[in-house]
Write a protein that binds this ligand. Structure first.
Ligand code: PA5
Length: 436
């Protein structure tokens, strides 16, 4: 069943029928380019059929290793950067307790999961090594290229710690590698040392890889039902493949954001009223940022967590330069069932809300903000997520992946490469390798 729906009342005042019809025709062409594999980067379309054409052998191995990791480790360190960690972190944050990393193993019922290798901070690494000193831990190093410096620096450091702690042979059984299936430093090392190895298919780029072992192994270790995520994504791969834009919320979203871009609104704020979506927003930023921002073009993907950021960015959004539009992820059902207590002394005068769900209060904030932003000339779309389930999150992931690919083609760029990322790497490596 479809669990996500696009609400466009807050967009309609800002676009004309003519613009919509014109854009629909272009979306249909972009759809054909994906279907016929005739667009730019068409050798990187493996993500389209990932949920439907599952690698069952790999899935069984993920389940088996997740069980082993749960037995052998109090802490599971996931080393990776960009597409090699954001999706896994996003999904784990959505389903774990907000305070998961402060809980004990028995409260959490899985190892603590720490993401590392996504920065070059000495402080972060030192603190991590100190933290791991008296813990049983295992490592999942994730890098498609096998040579990205941030994860490489962290992996080298933790490999030494692991080997000092357990000896080389036992350490090897605590190292899990997710990388290119055929080549690369990590691939070769895994073969040599007989580490468990998982594949990132050649035709799936980093930011489209959350539904491969890149995301699935960490999810499995966190006891997330990743097969439900895949089922949801598979459902989405059918329902969001409808060429008729008016009956395809994913294509409609792509159409709207590009109409807005062409009218000068080239910043998209992805907003949520649920703080555990923070890393989902980070995942979205990377997906769209690396896919669209090239050749001097693109919508700048930004994110806000409401209501928190209404007290920091709210002023700007309401009143600043009118070059933004907003897309809100709205979780319709809140299962936390948290109510505001009634108090005899009513010291804070909040008894008028006593007995109400906190989510009810949150929803009024959402509705009030939506109206204020649309009145303030911020076109706003809402993606309604019926319920926060693995199945619906699978749909949401696929929704954004597909919308991003379509948007890239509407923009005329290759949504599957990232040539701009090389510039900093080249300079950094030049500096690191220079003799001075
Ligand atoms: O989307 C991408 O391709 C990138 O963000 C990569 O995921 C990121 O640069 C990490 O690359 P790698 O997995 O090769 O270490």
């Amino acid at each position: 069943m479809q669990g996500i729906f696009l609400e466009d009342d807050g967009i309609k005042p800002f676009i004309t029928d003519e613009e919509y019809e014109g854009m629909c025709k272009r979306v249909e062409q972009a759809h054909d380019m994906l279907e016929n594999k005739s667009g730019k980067g068409s050798d990187m379309l493996g993500w389209i059929d990932l949920p439907a054409n599952r690698d069952e052998e790999e899935i069984e191995k993920i389940k088996k290793c997740a069980k082993r990791i749960n037995k052998q480790a109090d802490v599971f360190v996931v080393i990776g950067i960009g597409g090699s960690y954001l999706g896994a972190k996003a999904i784990i944050d959505l389903f774990d307790s907000t305070f998961s990393n402060l809980q004990t193993y028995s409260e959490r019922k899985h190892p603590q999961i720490i993401f590392a290798g996504n920065n070059l901070s000495g402080k972060y690494l030192r603190n991590l090594v100190e933290y791991l000193e008296d813990k049983d831990f295992a490592i999942n190093v994730i890098s498609k290229s096998g040579s990205t410096l941030e994860p490489a620096v962290t992996f080298r450091t933790l490999k030494v710690v692991l080997e000092q702690k357990y000896g080389e042979v036992m350490a090897a059984s605590r190292i899990y590698v997710t990388t290119d299936p055929e080549k690369g430093i990590l691939h070769d090392l895994a073969i040599k040392n007989e580490y468990e190895m998982f594949k990132i298919p050649k035709d799936v780029g980093g930011r489209y890889s959350v539904l491969t072992a890149v995301g699935l192994l960490p999810m499995a270790v966190a006891n997330i039902n990743f097969e439900d995520v895949l089922d949801g994504a598979q459902f989405a791969s059918f329902v969001f493949n409808n060429k008729d834009v008016s009956n395809n919320d994913c294509y409609k979203y792509a159409a709207y954001r590009n109409i807005l871009r062409e009218s000068g609104k080239d910043i998209e704020l992805l907003a949520s009223y649920e703080p555990s979506f923070q890393y989902f927003i980070e995942w979205y930023k990377q997906l769209f940022g690396e896919s669209e921002g090239k050749d001097g073009k693109g919508i700048f993907p930004a994110g806000v967590n409401f209501t928190t950021d209404l007290h920091s960015m709210g002023q700007w959004i309401q009143d600043g330069k009118r070059n933004i539009f907003e897309t809100v992820i709205n979780v319709q059902v809140d299962r936390s069932l948290t109510y505001l207590p009634e108090l005899e002394d009513n010291f804070d005068n909040l008894n008028y809300l006593a007995g109400k769900e906190i989510d009810y209060i949150n929803k009024q904030a959402f509705k009030g903000t939506l109206k204020a932003h649309v009145d303030g000339k911020v076109p706003t779309m809402v993606i309604n997520l019926e319920d926060l389930t693995e199945y619906n999150i699978g749909q949401l992931i696929y929704f954004f992946e597909k919308a991003c690919a379509i948007s890239g083609y509407l923009l005329g760029v290759n949504p599957f490469d990232q040539p701009g990322v090389e510039a900093y790497k080249k300079n950094m490596l030049g500096l690191l390798k220079s003799k001075e």
